[in-house]
Design a protein around this ligand. Sequence first.
Ligand code: COA
Length: 184
Amino acid sequence: MIGLRSLRPDDSARLYRWRREPEVDRWMADLPVASLEGHGLWFDTFMADPDGRGWIITDNDQAAGFLTLTGLCGRHRRAAWGWYIGEPASRGRGAGRAAQALGLDIAFGELGLEKVWAEVLADNDTALRAQDTAGFRREGYLRRHILKHGQFRDVVLLAILADEWRARRTAVRGSLVQSRLIAP
Ligand SMILES: CC(C)(COP(=O)(O)OP(=O)(O)OC[C@H]1O[C@@H](n2cnc3c(N)ncnc32)[C@H](O)[C@@H]1OP(=O)(O)O)[C@@H](O)C(=O)NCCC(=O)NCCS
């Protein structure tokens, strides 16, 4: 079963490790923070900042990934979506989609947002497929937008509105419940 739990101070070290995993770093726009000390500063700032919320994605109660919503303090009732599955063994089995459904429920339920948007590297087929199944729609395409390891990369802008998630949630959740990825 996949779950979400709030971030705790002792999550800092695992986030440092996960963010440096080649399969995670490969799909991030920025480089990972170079030192553990720098990462600690980022983590403490993130934990204290009301503009962002983070959750640990759990796989059978074990920490497996990270999900963030940022930009929460703006007045537009929207937030930016960020996520990865850090534990290789939990990737590619539907854990991401399950966490996505749980995260969208928080975004449009508890947090009362109107819109969740994401920037995805254009060749990240796994993320694009997963976000498509939840109902994210393409809102833009930014050519040669990111410079990473000496290469320019294109970015797809995706977004989902509260009503779009509400229209889709029963079907999306139903399939995840059937696969025993989330609880009914
Ligand atoms: C992107 C990412 C979060 C997606 O999470 P994931 O758990 O790997 O991916 P999914 O939840 O989509 O599951 C992948 C596969 O599991 C299977 N699956 C999905 N839903 C399922 C379900 N309900 N029941 C059974 N199997 C399922 C499918 O075979 C799916 O493959 P498909 O895309 O060919 O259909 C993850 O791959 C990751 O962290 N990648 C690296 C970092 C990254 O790209 N982050 C996003 C940056 S925008």
